[in-house]
Write a protein that binds this ligand. Structure first.
Ligand code: DAK
Length: 271
């Protein structure tokens, strides 16, 4: 078990799956995950045939229970700094992906596990999923983006409630407050439903998806006027793009649009 790969990757046409694979530790985050995840994501972001990335778990009991508490005492100050402050958190490598990234969550999604999910664009979960930022109970604060991202996802009051209590939310509650935006009909169908959803996203214009992400995520750090300028600039780039021309032609001809790259990826998947 000691040499088991902590992350598994799989390609299904335009969709790439990256799965946490430490079942005995409920996918607690160790140095293997911290080191490999940024490298894997950067590679997948460069691969033009990959249009959507899904982060999930190799089993249904847990997405991730956060930092490996048993490993913590062995961590050196150098590693901590490297992981966190000076180089930017490794969790940021998820938010830096230019393509849509989906977190597909079954079971526990706690601490750093939830912070990874928050760095994804879309969170889909099974009815048995549970969510918490329990760092307060370890005398810590969420240090992987939780204090910054959770308020913008669920609102300040709910975020502070979650972080100050460390309480666990079930999937229905998480859905009600917008922490997740999609619920699968059962744990067993989560994979299939995620796959259908990911393929649906992959069939859309990847150029539009990329610039839309850029406008939305960068815009959050800007004043409104600056954000609107950024949006206008990016919109201007899309207005005369081949994908936009294809969408207009498809509408006129009453057919489905075949966006640049999507048809090719689809064809390869079928072969
Ligand atoms: N670390 C290591 N092992 C863990 C673990 C964890 N966090 N959580 C569970 N395990 C292990 C258990 O020790 C057990 O192993 P064995 O004893 O069988 O060898 C196995 O997984 C199964 O766990 P349980 O027997 O406890 O299973 P239960 O279903 O009864 O309970 C549980 C599951 C998730 C409710 C419970 O295990 C639990 O409360 N675990 C601790 C959850 C937790 O507090 N996580 C840490 C949150 S703090 C940073 C970025 C991120 C972070 C920090 C800094 N920077 C960039 C600077 C993140 C911090 C956190 O995530």
């Amino acid at each position: 078990m000691a040499n088991q790969a902590p992350l598994l990757t799989k390609r299904e046409g335009p969709v790439a799956w990256v799965s946490f694979n430490r079942p005995d530790a409920l996918n607690a985050i160790n140095d293997g995950i911290r080191e490999q995840l940024p490298l894997i994501l950067a590679d997948l972001d460069r691969e033009s045939e990959v249009r959507v990335i899904v982060l999930n778990s190799s089993q249904l009991r847990s997405f991730s229970v956060g930092a490996d508490i048993k490993e913590a005492p062995r961590s050196t100050p150098e590693l901590q700094t490297g992981r966190g402050v000076s180089k930017g958190s490794w969790i940021e490598s998820i938010a830096e992906v230019s393509k849509p990234v989906i977190a597909s969550i079954a079971g526990y999604c706690l601490g750093g596990g939830l912070e990874m999910a928050l760095a994804c664009d879309i969170r889909i979960a099974s009815p048995d999923a549970s969510f918490a930022l329990p760092e307060i109970n370890l005398g810590l604060l969420p240090g992987g983006g939780g204090t910054q991202r959770l308020p913008s996802v669920v609102g300040l009051g709910r975020a502070l409630d979650m972080m100050l209590t460390g309480e666990r939310l079930n999937a229905t509650r998480a859905y009600d407050i917008g922490l997740i935006t999609r619920l699968s009909s059962s744990a067993e169908t989560l994979f299939e439903e995620t796959r259908d959803f990911a393929n649906m996203l992959a069939a859309k214009s990847s150029t539009a998806a990329k610039l839309l992400k850029q406008s939305t995520l960068r815009g959050m750090d800007l004043q409104l006027a600056e954000g609107l300028r950024l949006e206008r600039d990016l919109f201007g780039r899309l207005r005369h793009s081949p994908d936009s021309a294809e969408a207009a032609a498809a509408f006129t001809e009453k057919r489905a649009a075949a966006f640049h790259g999507a048809a090719m990826a689809q064809q390869r998947q079928e072969n």
